[in-house]
Ligand binder design. Structure first.
Ligand code: HEM
Length: 503
């Protein structure tokens, strides 16, 4: 087939040979640029995203979405994304789309396409169909949450001693910097195990991998799609994720060797469970195991430390909640014989659950969420046909601010969800980890964040440690540090400061 299209080698440098070679490429580029999504004829609101402006005015995307949502929350429109346009659809379609098979509506195809997984190496070692990690989180981590509560709390105490310290008097602290390392230590204890989690090289490798992988995206986007398989060899940003994989291979090697030879019960951690769940022959394959460790660190660490930083800022901005939350903690821990929170007592912390969900509502991870690539024509119940090739997503940040769902949405109310859960039949609907069309911060359906139960427990244990051991406030005369919009979403201010004092 190819032989009939491509010219024989000797004809290549003739004018007609060059034309026959280049024509299909040029047609593809023009089709890809101008016509690929044209079949899906909805208005395109060209936003001031990076693609249009070349700078960092990402908050304008959120502004445009706000305007659209306030005029008509059911409006369907496209917004420009640096890699490809995405179609904003109303949340009412989520329930129809969320459980459709991956061959039709796909989560990872979208991430891989828009965030260049082939070059960032942020995908599973077995490619986008390798579900070892998600399967292990759902089946092993989630069913062992009760067994790891002691380790989590022990590590939090160590991490605070290292990263926050005594704070005998009011002491300035930069929560984002401290929490990145606290989360790396605590999560690392459960991901890689006690042999590695306090190792500086492991911590840096986990924290830097996500950042370095993200740097690959703009560097590779400068090249047309067909040149990228070649460009990866000279684009220097592409080398960093590869070096991280080599570092992680070296770090996990002795742990894997020990775990395979040592007799007796294995530690309760992801290293053990991923090895058990790996495809045949891959349990001791260093490359595979290193990539799984980096994959889980990428999914878990920055997401949790950003979320935790927002909570820190919200506690400092609303110190009136400190005594309310302490009172609840004291009541719940009084019933715990060892004074260590158990998995069963965590759901009793309903005011804390409400506070952290309110913090997430007001500080969403991104303006969009529940993003899916349509692979097969998909007709929705009202007749709307989604053609293959497009990416759909929902306006998560606007849903969180919808006055029809949340009264006085602009006001931070730490007990909002505590009160909403009191309504008959809605006890579970407004829990931190519950997903619904009104609350899409964890996504929805089969691909909703499988790590949210672990994240929620870890966050609650950290909040408990923080407020039982420290008082928190903002600097005199300063407001809550402002959030920053980036291409990847919204992040807390890394330079934001709070004051801490040991109780
Ligand atoms: C507060 C912290 C976190 C936030 C805000 C968060 C958010 C999300 C979101 C929005 C998704 C996409 C869901 C969808 O589109 O339906 C997701 C997927 C995922 N998350 Fe999380 N996440 C967090 C923590 C974690 C942790 C701690 C882990 C691991 C223990 C984890 C592992 C994953 C994985 C593996 C996926 C992909 C699921 C799949 O492919 O089906 N996340 N997360």
């Amino acid at each position: 087939m190819l032989e009939s299209i491509l010219p024989a080698p000797r004809d290549f440098f003739s004018l007609s040979g060059m034309f026959r070679t280049l024509a299909p490429i040029i047609i593809y580029i023009i089709w890809n640029r101008y016509f690929r999504d044209a079949r899906f004829n909805v208005p395109k609101l060209v936003t001031k995203t990076q693609a249009a402006l070349g700078d960092s005015k990402f908050d304008s995307l959120d502004d445009i979405m706000k305007e659209c949502y306030q005029k008509d929350k059911n409006r369907i429109y496209k917004v420009e994304h640096p890699h490809k346009d995405v179609v904003i659809i109303p949340a009412k379609y989520v329930d129809e789309l969320k459980n459709l098979p991956d061959e039709q509506v796909n989560f990872l195809e979208d991430i891989n396409e828009r965030f260049l997984g082939d070059y960032t190496k942020m995908i599973a070692p077995g490619g986008i169909h390798d579900e070892t990690l998600t399967h292990t989180i759902k089946n092993s981590l989630n069913s062992n949450l009760g067994n790891i509560m002691g380790e989590i709390q022990e590590e939090i105490s160590y991490a605070f001693s290292q990263e926050i310290g005594e704070c005998k008097d009011w002491t300035p602290s930069y929560p984002m910097t401290a929490l990145m390392r606290i989360i790396a230590l605590v999560s690392g204890r459960i991901f890689a195990g006690p042999e590695l989690n306090r190792n500086e090289e492991y911590i840096n490798c986990c924290l830097n991998f996500g950042v370095e992988a993200y740097n690959v995206i703009p560097a590779m986007r400068k090249y047309p799609i067909f040149l990228r398989p070649l460009a990866q060899y000279w684009v220097k940003e592409c080398q960093k994720p590869l070096q991280a994989i080599e570092t992680m291979k070296r770090l996990v090697a002795p742990v894997i060797a020990a775990r395979t030879t040592e007799k007796g019960p294995k530690p309760h951690d992801m290293m053990t469970w991923i090895m058990e769940n790996s495809p045949p022959g891959k349990a001791t394959d260093l490359e595979w195991q290193a990539k799984y460790q980096l994959q889980i660190a990428t999914a878990a660490m920055h997401t949790t430390s950003n979320t935790m930083t927002h909570i820190f800022f919200d506690l400092a901005a609303h110190p009136e909640y400190l005594s309310i939350l302490r009172e609840e903690i004291l009541a719940v821990t009084a019933a715990e014989p060892l004074g260590v929170l158990s998995k069963t007592s965590l759901p009793l912390l309903k005011k804390m659950d409400s506070f952290i969900k309110e913090s997430q509502r007001m500080n969403p991870f991104s303006s969009t969420g529940f993003s899916r690539k349509i692979l097969k024509p998909t007709r929705l119940s009202d007749g709307l046909l989604l053609p293959p090739g497009i990416t759909v997503t929902t306006p998560v940040s606007q849903i969180s601010m919808d006055p029809d769902i949340y009264s006085n949405p602009e006001v931070f109310d730490g007990l909002r969800f505590f009160k909403m859960r009191k309504k008959r039949g809605e006890e579970n609907k407004w829990q931190y980890v519950t997903t619904s069309t009104e609350s899409l911060n964890w996504g929805s359906g089969v691909h909703a964040c499988p790590g949210r139960f672990f994240a929620a427990n870890e966050i609650k244990c950290i909040v408990m440690y923080l407020i039982m051991n420290y008082d928190v406030k903002l600097e005199e005369g300063k407001g809550r540090p402002k959030n920053i919009w980036t291409e990847g979403g919204m992040i807390p201010d890394i330079t934001g400061k709070v004051l801490l004092k040991k109780r």
